[in-house]
Write a protein that binds this ligand. Structure first.
Ligand code: ZN
Length: 164
């Protein structure tokens, strides 16, 4: 049974921005994923969306955020950051997040949900296992999925696969 997260109004704003970025990505021929990096003072420092349409399947927003944070923030600043994202980090991005020492993650839809949707739609599974973030980065504080937003994310993935 999935445990749902009830975000604060501020968290909801950041998550909605992630869904907006995911929508932009889809409109531009990429996959519908978007993420936002917020520092300990609550300021948005960086945002990115999926850019795999060019053929590089590693162009996920969360790994770009980890790289940006490594280049621009001190280890202490990184630890105080929260990453908001439309879809739970994949193992590659979770590992990057853990390696650069970023803080909490809040996601709209979980990897398990995406995996279930693909099964439901008889779509091939992703080539990388849908491990929970905390399996890759033990002890990291994570929150999600968020019911209303996961529904929006599901609709984007449905649209990507021509199921709308
Ligand atoms: Zn990823």
């Amino acid at each position: 049974m999935t445990q749902l997260y009830d975000p604060s109004p501020v968290e909801l704003v950041h998550l909605q921005r992630c869904v907006e970025l995911a929508t932009e990505a889809l409109a531009d021929g990429d996959e519908p994923f978007g993420s936002v990096l917020v520092d300990g003072a609550g300021r948005v420092r960086f945002e990115e969306r999926n850019r795999v349409g060019g053929g590089d399947a590693t162009r996920h927003p969360e790994i770009e955020i980890a790289r940006w944070a490594a280049a621009h923030l001190s280890p202490q600043e990184r630890a105080g950051c929260t990453v908001y994202t439309s879809g739970e980090h994949c193992p590659m991005c979770a590992a990057a997040h853990g390696w650069v020492g970023l803080g909490r993650i809040v996601f709209a839809a979980s990897s398990a949900q995406l995996s279930d949707w693909l099964t439901e739609w008889a779509e091939p599974a992703a080539p990388v296992a849908p491990l929970p973030i905390t399996t890759v980065v033990p002890g990291l504080p994570v929150a999600g999925p968020v019911a209303s937003l996961a529904e929006q994310v599901r609709a984007l993935h449905a649209r990507q696969r021509g199921r709308r």
